[in-house]
Design a protein around this ligand. Structure first.
Ligand code: ZN
Length: 406
């Protein structure tokens, strides 16, 4: 089955035709015919989006929980208060609903952290494994075992169990551990033994004294850990002096690590102890990019105690990478596409012959409007198949006595 996409606008402003054949882009340029044709006049075509950091097990629970302090510990407490009540069916239904939201907006690759241990036990993982398998071939869902602490205690054992029970990636929160440095070493060691990537919630705090990221980068450089390491959040890097940010960024680039920026949740949870001139809860995005490090951006929490709002739309995150991270539109878009694929070690996707046909077309005249207006009017392809289509139909009364039909 082949499809030709006609008159697609690309990020560089040019328009072209794109021939899809099987799961690949077969050709780019005019003059091709195919089994079917889609006219993309008025749409911008991009690689589909990657969500490098979700929490599908917690998604869509905001109406059930109360974050009394509004900060990270308040959110963790609020989630633990309600987690006992999460049934298998509830986990599956909410994760499935969240994936549908992401897919409709054009996200075809999702890495979700899944709480392990404490009130969650292995229940969330069992449900998310079911969801992962149900969506295989449409959405590429990868699961990170997010263990509690202390990591030197039972939580470390839980990490091994979770990886044996279907988690794809090792994870944890060393910055919340009584022994943060030992926690980093333990997680890296377990990931290495299992031969899986490591994705740590890292320094999710504005306290500049908490900088486990540097130890993590040093250990990756020293050990040559080869399965892929991601530092998620890395908020405290954003409040270091410029020379420290530069040195760290160079080290992270040399280590081949990826950093995932999560502006929504971090802007919401961080900075509440600074009511005046509140600092931005965001990692050092620009120094990282300048050093050549891999930077991806994600949505983190979708309407739960950690972030009570959000659409599940990568373009919402991308707009914040412009507003809060001071990136250009094209750099911000890259954190949603290229950056995410590099962080998750997926095959790169570009609008060129031979690339995998994982694509999204957004109704817009150009890339600025695609990101700025973020129309939900989109086409989404996964492996060359059209897997989502949202239409928007707006009617306006344009004169004093005009009225639109209900
Ligand atoms: Zn997270």
């Amino acid at each position: 089955m082949s499809t030709v996409l006609r008159h697609a606008r690309l990020v560089d402003g040019s328009t072209t035709d794109v021939l899809l054949d099987g799961d690949r882009i077969a050709a780019v340029g005019p003059g091709h015919s195919a089994d079917s044709t889609i006219d993309l006049s008025g749409y911008v075509l991009l690689p589909s989006f990657v969500e490098p950091h979700a929490h599908l097990d917690k998604a869509l629970t905001v109406s059930r929980s109360v974050n009394r302090t509004g900060d990270l510990l308040g959110a963790i407490h609020a989630m633990n208060e309600i987690a006992d009540g999460f049934t298998h069916t509830d986990f599956v239904r909410r994760a499935d609903a969240a994936l549908r939201i992401h897919l409709a907006y054009g996200t075809t690759v999702v890495r979700s952290h899944v709480n392990i241990g404490s009130t969650f036990g292995l229940r969330a993982l069992a449900a998310l494994v079911e969801v992962r398998e149900a969506w295989r071939g449409v959405v590429d869902l990868e699961l990170v075992a997010l263990i509690g602490h202390p990591i030197l205690g039972e939580a470390g054992t839980n990490l091994k169990v979770a990886l044996a029970e279907g988690a794809d990636v090792a994870g944890g929160c060393p910055h919340l551990d009584p022994e943060p440095i030992a926690a980093v070493d333990t997680c890296l060691g377990i990931a290495g033994e299992a031969g899986v990537p490591l994705d740590l919630h890292t320094d999710e705090t504005l306290n500049p004294g908490m900088l486990t990221l540097e130890h993590l980068a040093d250990r990756v450089l020293a050990t040559g850990f080869e399965h892929g390491v991601t530092g998620s959040h890395c908020v405290s890097l954003g409040v270091q002096p410029e020379d420290v940010q530069r040195r760290m960024a160079e080290k992270i680039a040399a280590a081949g690590m990826a950093i995932v920026a999560l502006p929504q949740t971090n802007l919401y949870l961080q900075g509440r102890e600074h009511p005046v001139a509140t600092p931005r809860g965001l990692t050092a995005v620009r120094p990282l990019l300048a050093a050549g490090a891999t930077v991806a951006a994600g949505g983190d929490n979708l309407r739960d105690a950690f972030h009570p709002v959000g659409r599940g739309d990568a373009l919402e995150v991308g707009a914040l990478m412009v507003t809060d991270g001071h990136l250009s539109v094209s750099d911000a878009l890259r954190t949603l596409t290229e950056g995410g694929r590099a962080a998750l070690r997926r095959e790169p996707v570009a609008i060129e012959a031979g690339a995998r046909a994982d694509l999204v077309a957004v109704r817009a005249v150009d890339a600025n409007e695609a990101l700025g207006a973020a129309s939900p009017d989109r086409f989404v392809w996964s492996g060359g198949r059209l897997v989502a289509r949202t239409r928007v139909d707006t009617q306006l009364a344009t004169s004093l006595d005009g009225e639109v039909a209900p």
